[in-house]
Design a protein around this ligand. Structure first.
Ligand SMILES: O=C(O)CCC(=O)C(=O)O
Length: 259
């Protein structure tokens, strides 16, 4: 694991950092298997709702679909760094993934940033990407434009191509980046798949992309340890009835320490 000094410097200057081989190989192996099962599930919805072109080879909201994704979050070894980035509490904002092949083309391969409102120095959103296969120059390792979190403007494709660097690392590594960084998935020029899952995190007051506590079940909150309960979002839910709203502090849906 890297030191906090290196972490602070990388995040301030480049806006991204890699934690090499951070996830246990057994969990990586199981996620490699489960991402294909999840693609079958997600693909049905993508086709049914007519959004299959731009979403091919991508999966969304893996938490609650197969246990390996929950195991990954449970064992996520970089929560200390994530807390440092946010300077306080944070929650899961989304948990998707991608299966890049020689033929795949998806929205993630265009130059983009994942936060629609540029947040400058305010740490609102944080991307992480777990490499399920080795990320290499040839199989489409993610392209990162270092320092691009410092300005709002989108670089043109030529500038991005000239200056972006690839995030190359072995399977099990985690790429973390400030969501203001412009980046793009690479083209896979090999015949092997390049798989990844992408847990993203936010300040707790930002709306999750998916209501994970409700999807998993409000009654299951007690099954998780305090850290996972916090990360999934059980401490920052939105009440929908007066009975849910009028509760003593310990039972409130949105706890007072969530910012
Ligand atoms: O798959 C990749 O390399 C890029 C992923 C990505 O763009 C994202 O998570 O926003």
């Amino acid at each position: 694991m890297i030191t906090t000094e290196v972490f602070d410097q990388c995040m301030a200057e480049k806006g991204w950092v890699i934690f090499e081989q951070a996830i246990h190989p057994a969990i990586v192996e199981q996620m490699r298997e489960d991402i294909h099962k999840a693609y079958i599930v997600c693909r049905d919805y993508q086709i049914k709702n007519g959004i299959d072109q731009d979403t091919s080879f991508t999966v969304h909201h893996l938490l609650g679909q197969f246990d390996s994704f929950l195991d990954c979050l449970q064992a996520y070894p970089i929560y200390g760094f994530i807390e440092r980035y946010f300077a306080g509490q944070f929650i899961l904002n989304s948990f998707g993934g991608a299966i890049n092949t020689r033929d795949s083309q998806s929205y993630a391969q265009r130059v983009h940033r994942d936060i629609r409102s540029y947040s400058g120095e305010m740490p609102l959103l944080l991307n992480t990407l777990v490499m399920l296969d080795d990320f290499t120059a040839d199989n489409g390792a993610t392209w990162m434009l270092s320092g691009s979190h410092k300005a709002e403007a989108k670089p043109d494709d030529e500038y991005f191509k000239a200056y972006a660097e690839q995030a190359i690392a072995p399977a099990g590594s985690i790429l973390m980046f400030n969501s203001n960084v412009w980046h793009a998935g690479g083209s896979n020029l090999t015949d092997q798949v390049r798989r990844s899952v992408t847990p993203m995190f936010s300040k707790p007051f930002m709306k999750q992309q998916f209501d994970y506590p409700r999807a998993i079940g409000y009654d299951r909150g007690a099954d998780f340890d305090a850290v996972l309960r916090q990360v999934i979002g059980y401490n920052s839910r939105v009440p929908a009835t007066l009975d849910e709203w009028y509760q003593p502090p310990a039972k409130r849906m949105y706890h007072s320490n969530q910012g």
